[in-house]
Design a protein around this ligand. Structure first.
Ligand code: 3AL
Length: 173
């Protein structure tokens, strides 16, 4: 999809297409639409990220809380968004053995109890061993640093989703 196509989208179409660039936060796409036209993909991405950066800490933590746990109950129940399902599957989290799943669940619970939001990691840049390792490592980080790290991961996830959307549509042309 070229940027002219993006710039020509009405509000409803834009939110339909870009509403899950940031997991379960269509409000961000709704706000970004008002800032069109965009010069290119990078510019579009910058608007998504600037919105996140401008939020107060409570809003940034809210974004993190919209993310499902990695290898958590939503994956087991089949209620993940299509994007999250693909990402967790790519990291091998859909085929964990019981022990590994329970260990991740325990680490996820400890992380949430410590920081007040779920552990977020761009699963497509990772694999099942690295997810546990990172989770155990980040559990020990100071809160302010951890908020920054987690928001960086949200941006990595968003970048990959935006790139997919623009590429996928190009393939159809
Ligand atoms: N908790 C968490 O990191 N979830 C996200 N990570 C990812 O790559 N997709 C998600 O839904």
């Amino acid at each position: 999809m070229d940027i002219e196509k993006v710039n020509s989208m009405d509000f409803g179409e834009f939110v339909d297409v870009f509403g899950n660039v940031i997991e379960r936060c269509p409000l961000i796409a709704a706000a970004v639409w008002s800032q069109r036209p965009f010069s290119d993909l990078e510019d579009l991405k910058k608007h998504f990220f600037a919105f996140i950066d401008a939020l107060p800490q409570s809003g940034q933590e809210g974004i993190l809380r919209c993310h499902p746990d990695l290898a958590g109950s939503e994956l087991r129940r089949g209620t993940l968004t299509a994007e999250s399902q693909r990402e967790q599957s790519a990291a091998g989290l859909t085929s964990l053995g019981t022990d590994e799943r329970l260990r991740l669940a325990e680490l996820n619970a400890q992380y949430r109890a410590r920081f007040g939001f779920p552990f977020v990691l761009a699963a497509r840049f990772s694999d099942r061993a690295a997810v546990s390792r990172e989770l155990a490592r980040r559990l020990l980080c100071p809160s302010a640093q951890e908020l920054r790290t987690a928001l960086g991961e949200v941006k990595k996830i968003g970048s990959l989703r935006l790139a997919d959307l623009l590429r996928a549509d190009a393939a159809k042309l």
